[in-house]
Design a protein around this ligand. Structure first.
Ligand code: ADP
Ligand code: MG
Length: 352
């Protein structure tokens, strides 16, 4: 009988919706860390502490000294599509990392999450969420800012759990995410600790807040993240064309790598992985490097948010320029120019 077998359409409940969305937002511990650290940056934090255990699988803890969340707002922060960052009227004009209001509810759907926060002029409070079920808001002890603890990521989704890699590989991915964000935010201090087992914890990465002008602070921070050698061999880049500014540091051809592993690109302060942009980088070095060598660079593209769409993917590492040719042309010409000048300087030093 056709009638009996007709599928029934029903509205999914919130817990199911959050679990589905979580699959897109949270692939592995490093993606949870990315969301939490971006929230801390959006909150105006000056110091961000990140603790992990067992590659982030059993414990992720992100603490910040940012603006905090008032007790009454905690349940809202944990609700889907609730955000303090945009009002929905202008999706083309986004200045914060977050805007979807999806991270916290997604994390609360795939792990045991506790958020403790203290907004200025308010008491500290905490809220626990597990399997998408929110507990009550409780009084808590915290001096300032926000601490999010996420335990047992994917405990309720064994299929996901199976896809996680070794603790070491997950910790590596976390370190990579934290370092990329640290490169983009030299004014913020970061400390990433591995607190596995019952020891005191081991610092995996540490960068104190940098002061000074844009290039001074950036140069210092790139030195802490990529090493002094990079800083000593890097050319300053600063060029603007058609409303896009390109700035940062690109290493001399003599400081290249055997693989394209140290190319860090940012659009409006967001770390991105983009084939068009890395292609432009390769093209810029084409005449300066042998085919088996790859450039090392940390480059920032800033433009009016309306010239670039960051709304392409929930993990937000892809971008789409309104005019990709301008970004590409700017990278190729600015880097070629800097590399050619450095080459001239080197050859005239030899000649004298
Ligand atoms: P989004 O970042 O897209 O707004 P989230 O789910 O990540 O969505 O966070 C929801 C809301 O919770 C944020 O808009 C913000 O108001 C608040 N929030 C989250 N993390 C923090 C934090 N570390 N400090 C202050 N407020 C926060
Ligand atoms: Mg967020």
């Amino acid at each position: 009988n056709m009638h009996e077998s007709r599928p029934v359409i029903r509205q999914l409940d919130d817990a199911a919706i959050n679990r589905i969305a979580a699959g897109e937002v949270v692939e592995r511990p490093a993606s949870a860390i990315k969301e939490l650290v971006e929230n801390a940056i959006d909150a105006g934090a000056l110091r961000i502490g990140i603790d992990i255990a067992d590659g982030g699988k059993t414990l992720i803890r992100v603490s910040d000294d940012g603006c905090g969340i008032a007790p009454d707002d905690l349940p809202l922060a944990m609700s889907r599509h609730a955000t303090s960052k945009i009002d929905g009227s202008d999706l083309l004009n986004i200045h914060t990392f977050g805007f979807r209001g999806e991270a916290l509810p997604s994390l609360g759907a795939v792990g045991r999450l506790t958020i403790t926060s203290r907004a200025e002029g308010a008491d500290a409070a905490s809220l626990g969420v597990a399997g998408g079920e929110m507990g009550p808001v409780k009084p808590a002890a915290l001096n300032a800012g926000t601490t999010v603890v996420l335990r047992d990521l994917f405990y309720a989704t064994p299929a996901r759990l199976k896809f996680m890699r070794t603790d070491r590989a997950e910790a590596q991915a976390i370190s990579d995410v934290v370092k990329r964000l640290a490169m983009a935010e030299p004014g913020i201090g970061f400390i990433l600790r591995d607190v596995s087992g019952d020891g005191e914890g081991r610092a995996m990465f540490r960068a104190d807040p940098e002061t000074g002008d844009l290039f001074g602070a950036m140069h210092q921070r790139l030195g802490s993240v990529l090493g002094r050698d990079f800083a000593d061999n890097a050319l300053k880049i600063d060029a603007t064309r058609d409303g896009i500014r390109l700035f940062g540091y690109a290493a001399l051809p003599t400081y290249s790598r055997g693989a394209a592993v140290a190319q860090y690109l940012f659009v409006n302060g967001r770390p991105v992985r983009d084939k068009m942009l890395t292609g432009a980088l390769r093209a810029a070095y084409f005449d300066f490097l042998s085919r088996d060598r790859h450039p090392v660079a940390a480059l920032f593209l800033d433009c009016d948010p309306t010239l670039v769409d960051v709304n392409v993917h929930p993990a937000k590492s892809e971008v789409r320029f309104r005019d990709p040719g301008v970004a590409r042309g700017l990278i190729v010409s600015a880097l070629r120019h800097a590399l050619a000048e450095a080459g001239h300087r080197a050859s005239s030093t030899v000649a004298h």
